[in-house]
Design a protein around this ligand. Structure first.
Ligand SMILES: O=C(CO)COP(=O)(O)O
Length: 133
């Protein structure tokens, strides 16, 4: 499956720890990430990650476009709810597209824990059925 990984600056360390903890699951999937997040994950875990641009430079919109094209199956986006983001409209647009296309989205570690176990268990295999249509 194609997974999108994104974290705002104050949440990047949390996402790195999360991906490291579940590396054995993440390595079975195609990982896409906004630039800074992806670079840090790759350096910390050695996992192969495909980058889009950094979030403030349009990366969230690129991930959104991938969602609209049915190219992303699950999004883990650790948002920082306590810091204003200059590209907040892009963030909202990405979250909106997840809802438009029923893409599973974790915006914090609590939900990400549930999604990652569901992913491993095959709970999202319905996505591959959609891909074949
Ligand atoms: O800003 C982001 C998401 O809105 C993330 O972008 P970076 O991964 O480039 O820091």
């Amino acid at each position: 499956m194609n997974l999108a990984l994104i974290a705002h600056d104050k949440k990047k360390e949390t996402l790195i720890q999360f991906v490291s903890a579940y590396k054995l699951i993440f390595e079975k999937h195609n990982l896409y990430a906004t630039y800074t997040t992806g670079k840090k994950i790759m350096e910390a875990t050695g996992l192969s990650v495909q980058f889009v641009k950094s979030g403030p430079l349009g990366g969230d919109q690129q991930i959104g476009a991938m969602i609209a094209n049915n190219e992303i199956d699950l999004v883990i986006f650790f948002r920082d709810p306590l810091t204003a983001q200059p590209h907040e409209p892009d963030v909202s647009a990405l979250l909106r597209l997840c809802d438009v296309y029923n893409i599973p989205l974790a915006s914090n570690m609590g939900t990400a824990e549930v999604l990652i176990h569901g992913l491993e268990r095959g709970d999202f295999n319905w996505r591959t059925v959609l891909d074949e249509q």
